[in-house]
Each structure stands twice: as C-alpha cells, then as structure tokens.
Design a protein around this ligand. Sequence first.
Ligand code: GLN
Length: 310
Amino acid sequence: MRSPIPEYLDEVLRTCEGDRAGAVADYVPELAAADAEQLAVAVSAVDGTVYEAGDSRTSFTVQSISKPFTYALALADRGCEAVLAKIGVEPSGEAFNELSLEQGSARPRNPMINVGALTAHTLAGPPGAPREERLERVVSGISAFAGRRLEIDEAVCRSEMETAHRNLAIAHMLRGYEVIEEDAPHVVEDYVRQCSLLVTTRDLALMAATLANGGVQPVTGEQVVSREVVRQVLSVMTTCGMYDAAGDWVTTVGIPAKSGVSGGILGALPGQVGIGVFSPRLDPHGNSVRGVRVCERLSADMGLHLMEAP
Ligand code: GLN
C-alpha cells in the first residue's frame, strides 16, 4: 500500500499556501530576488526515509541554519569546555545581528546569533589551522550532515559581502575583545561562504534527522558528531534557535529548531524525526511565515511537542 504521508503533506501545504503575510529578506540583494511563492516540506524518519511535498528539491542558501552545525563541528573539534569558554548558551532576546557580548566575560551569549556564530566558525578544525582548511572543515562537515557534498552559491556570497557592514563590525568587536584572534574580514568572508551553502528542503530534513538520530547520518551511516555534541546543540537550538521568538516557538511547536533568512526552518525531534520547511516570506522576527504554520500543523497532527507525554 502507498503511504498516506505524501498526500497528508500536500494537504498541509495547501492549507498554508494562501498565507501571503511577511516579506522576503532584502538586506542581501540576491535574497530579495527569491520567488516568494515557493513552499516546501520534507520529513525524514530517523532511518532516512524521507517524505516530501512542494518545492522540496529547489535549492536555496542555508544561511543561519548553518549555525547549529558549525557549532557542532566546533564542539567536536575543540571539546565542550573550550567552546563554552568562548561562547555562552543563554538566549539573548536580541536581534540575530546585534553587537553584544556578555557583561564581564565578554563572551558571545550563544552560537545562534551572529556574534556567536562568527566565533564558532573560528573554532572549527584544529587550532591554528589555515583559513582554507577551516572553511573546508565547515563545508565538508555540514555536507556530512546532509549526506552529500554541498556547493557554495557564489552570487549570494558576493552579494552578502557587499552589504556585510554589520557582520564586519561584529567581527572587529570580537577581535577587539580578543574573543577571536583571526583577521576579522577573513572570518566574515568565510562565515558568509558558510551561509551561502546551497541546500534543498530535503537536505534540511536529512540534516535534522542526523541530529535526531544521535549524530549518525541515516543514509550514509556516518557518525558525524557524538551523541554528547548533539545533546548540546539541540539544547541550544531549543532556547535560542528561533531568534527572539524562541519562547513562542517552543510553546506552540515544541521542537528544537533553527531558522534562516532565506526562509528555511529545520526541526529535529530526538529519536523521532527531522523536519525541513521552506518558504521565503519572513515574519518580523525573521522566521518563515508559512514555515512556522507548516511546523505548527505537523507538531499538532503528529503529536511532536517535546513537552507532551506520548
Ligand atoms: N548570512 C546571514 C547573516 O549573517 C545569516 C543570517 C540569518 O539567516 N539570520 O546576516
């Protein structure tokens, strides 16, 4: 018998597609050119079986959804203690691109905001590695979660670099406070490359399924990171993954998640499923409007809320 899940996912998309609220991110000129009508969902079981609907094979840049994965690589390469010495785990309640550090310690508050994500990028790979090696560690590491080699969208990358003043300011602040030791513009350039990796909604579901599966990519069988690393990453996603709407998200959807400005959302429920959704229009917090709606539906229909007894 054919699984009823694809029909169900089609139906979920149909009920959400009429919502045209929000606006496509325009602070990066190339992102502003995205087709706002795109809508996709993919759900992967922890065995790697993927169900998908809509534009689930269309590529878009991963943007901030790369942040938990680079954080995972930093934890794997440097250990939890060394990473915690540099980056905190407290929600900031501020915009993702705020110039802020913890009072006293001068640490970025968490790795899901740019100040922490730029720092996490410098902690991937062995200490003192040349920047090319570090970037390759990030690209191949994030690719390992997806189970295929991901490519960089050079046009989006160039476009973002033209307007990267805010990230440059953040990186110079980090250098000034000795949180990073690297050349600030180089760190921004490589972080922007990381954000410009092209993924599909299907990739997001499999990347999420790898987290949900204790760090083992379900299709390739590779242990990409340890269970301890996954626990740390999912915890931080729960409290900090949805910008300053994290509280709203955790109460309504209740799944560790991360969103990005190109309109993707990735959600991972340990031991159960990985979810990817994509639709470019964003709400005022920067989360995909239809993406949030799709996730609310999936969570309610499939009983995925973390805080609900099975
Ligand atoms: N590249 C983007 C930036 O740093 C990623 C932001 C995001 O997706 N929120 O501005």
